[in-house]
Design a protein around this ligand. Sequence first.
Ligand code: NAD
Length: 290
Amino acid sequence: MKIGFIGLGNMGAPMATNLARARHAVAGFDVVGVTVEGVAQAASATEAATGAEVVITMLPNGDILRRVAAEIIPAMEPGAVLLDCSTVDVQSARDVAAEAVAAGLHALDAPVSGGVGGAAAGTLTFMVGGGEDGFNIARKLFDVMGQKAVHCGPSGNGQAAKICNNMILGVTMIATCEAFALADKLGLDRQAMFDVVSTSSGYSWSMNAYCPAPGVGPKSPADNDYKPGFAAELMLKDLRLSQMAAEAVDADTPMGRAACDLYAQFVEKEGGKGRDFSAMLPRFEARGHG
Ligand code: NAD
């Protein structure tokens, strides 16, 4: 397939590499002028998009996505697919999709989970919003870049799935970390805590697959001095998006709000920026009640 790829950062570059390795013809563009193995460097977003059957965007936020979309939609041929894999607010995803569809394009919002490791290994999970026809065209690209693509319904629903998932993740990571810190103070050994909780009703992905306590459970960023992994500031971004969405549709999300506030404090006032989001555990360790 002829593919345009816009946004060749930590995630986009390895995703584009995997597409090129699978023998797709990829033209890439990034404002910082990165070169990616196997990917032809386009001089602009418009150049990357012109003549492409699928244009993939992997950008920092909804405002940038809106700007890039406004530039490339007129350059794309009717029937082509605009496939946004960035994590952005639901409204930007829906507005961009509406513009694309009005121009005769297919539009998909397909945020990912799996992080930089998943992007490099081609094992991302895609959560996809948009029409069935676009989904079917993009399916073979999802197979190259990831291991699973779930069609979640109309435009914006991929973003909705992503922020709901990450709201659960942020809340359970905090709950797991504060419980470990309490267990410490009660004299409960961390290995015993893990052995019990990971096989009891308190289990979760945060405990079982990504244990925030070093030396306990499977290998995780905790075993690497809390180097990300999934950085606390990216969790904060996603929690802010979930709170923005909750406000927009009048949903009551008190735990999501609390998690968002706590990650904001951690990232902006307590040195959490650049650390893995599981570094909430050493944060709690250092604190007392109230
Ligand atoms: P990044 O900052 O490394 O990459 C974004 C790239 O977009 C940068 O290279 C930047 O120069 C480029 N860019 C910005 N404006 C542009 C424009 N107008 N035209 C072309 N390129 C432009 O970020 P990332 O880690 O690759 O994340 C990309 C998206 O994926 C974000 O929405 C993020 O929330 C999401 N995401 C990231 C991870 C992760 O672990 N890093 C995991 C899941 C989802």
